[in-house]
Design a protein around this ligand. Structure first.
Ligand code: ATP
Length: 322
């Protein structure tokens, strides 16, 4: 579905991608989604939306975009990337250079404010870097069509959205073209372990979720999270990003979700952000950030042997479990 707007076109997938990172627009999005049909015929002010999202309207597609790779061949390269938020003097990311190879799973680790979520936003061009370049298969991200880029990235943010819609539509916002494709919704829900939750609901995939509407059913935090995770799976994305996706899950549920994640991302390129080392150590490599800069990068074993920040944080957490 494409919304015809006063300033251009925006897809619902794009909208949900943009909104995923900003908790405060949840109600706005619900309002938009609630008026789904009328908005698709009417007009939505993209400029207002950008203001809401604090997105720089300068981020646009090139007039002659490069075809987006069907499969990522080489991977992503961050080449001396620096970025400041528009309303801030402080560098959120600085002098950052690393590669994410095709098929690799990279975990981002760092204390609060280290720049992990900002990095994820740069992958999806919610912002462009002020210094350096980000390349995908050898070409700058800004040479690709913005919509192609974003639809090829499946992101689950930690402040995932709880739409007051049916269970099926809650998944379908991941890729609205699949809204009527029940088998695809079920497949995605099975991957994220949401299917068992939905199957227990009186109206299953047609069940309104949340308490705003009559007959709506509230889910637990962990159940909502499984539904949100199904959105990313629905998109069949080339790059999967999980930003602290298991924070509301208990240890057993987290283990199950990540076992699934490991299976389903086999051969796929993925980035995961977690404060839990039981999760982080499943990645092929780990990038440790501090103050927006790379502190360490390597495998779990390499970083432990290095006895640096990662080893220190790992020991601290292990201590907590003992
Ligand atoms: N919208 C914003 N406007 C201005 N500054 C921001 C914005 N979002 C994040 N920052 C700042 O950018 C820096 C990096 O933040 P970021 O959210 O990327 O950290 P993080 O590593 O994901 O932290 P956490 O573990 O708490 O999620 C921080 O100094 C933060 O205050």
């Amino acid at each position: 579905m494409v919304f015809q707007t006063v300033h251009g076109r925006v897809t619902l997938g794009e909208l949900s991608f943009l909104a995923g990172s900003f908790r405060k627009v949840r109600s706005l999005l619900e309002a938009i989604l609630g008026r789904f049909n009328s908005i698709s015929q009417g007009a939505l002010h993209l400029k207002d939306l950008f203001e809401f999202f604090q997105i720089e309207p300068a981020i646009v597609s090139p007039s002659q975009p490069r075809p987006f790779p069907l499969y990522i061949q080489e991977g992503f390269v961050f080449d001396n990337v620096g970025f400041k938020y528009p309303n801030s003097e402080k560098w959120a990311i600085r002098n950052l250079s690393f590669t994410l190879k095709a098929g690799e799973k990279l975990a981002l680790v760092g204390e609060n404010g280290a720049g992990k979520t900002t990095l994820v936003k740069l992958f999806g061009r919610l912002y462009d870097p002020h210094e350096g370049r980000i390349l995908l298969d050898g070409y700058n991200l800004n040479e690709y069509d913005l919509n192609d880029l974003r639809t090829n990235i499946g992101v689950i943010f930690q402040d995932y959205l709880r739409f007051q819609l049916s269970a099926g539509d809650n998944i379908a916002v991941g890729d609205i073209q699949e809204r009527e494709n029940r088998p695809a919704l079920i497949r995605a829900a099975k991957r994220s372990l949401a299917h068992d939750v939905i199957d227990e609901l009186p109206q299953q995939y047609d069940q309104p979720l949340g308490l705003r509407f009559d007959g709506g059913m509230e889910l637990s935090g962990g159940q909502w999270q499984k539904v949100a995770l199904a959105r990313a799976y629905l998109r069949e994305a080339n790059l999967l990003i999980l930003d602290e996706p298991t924070s509301a899950l208990d240890a057993r549920a987290e283990y199950e979700v990540f076992q699934r994640f490991a299976e389903l991302t086999r051969g796929k390129t993925a980035v995961l952000i977690s404060h839990r080392f039981s999760t982080v150590r499943m990645a092929d490599r780990i990038l440790v950030l501090e103050g927006g800069k790379e502190l360490e990068i390597g495998t779990h074993e390499q970083l432990l042997a290095q006895k640096g920040k990662y080893a220190e944080l790992f020991e601290l957490q292990a201590e907590g479990y003992r």
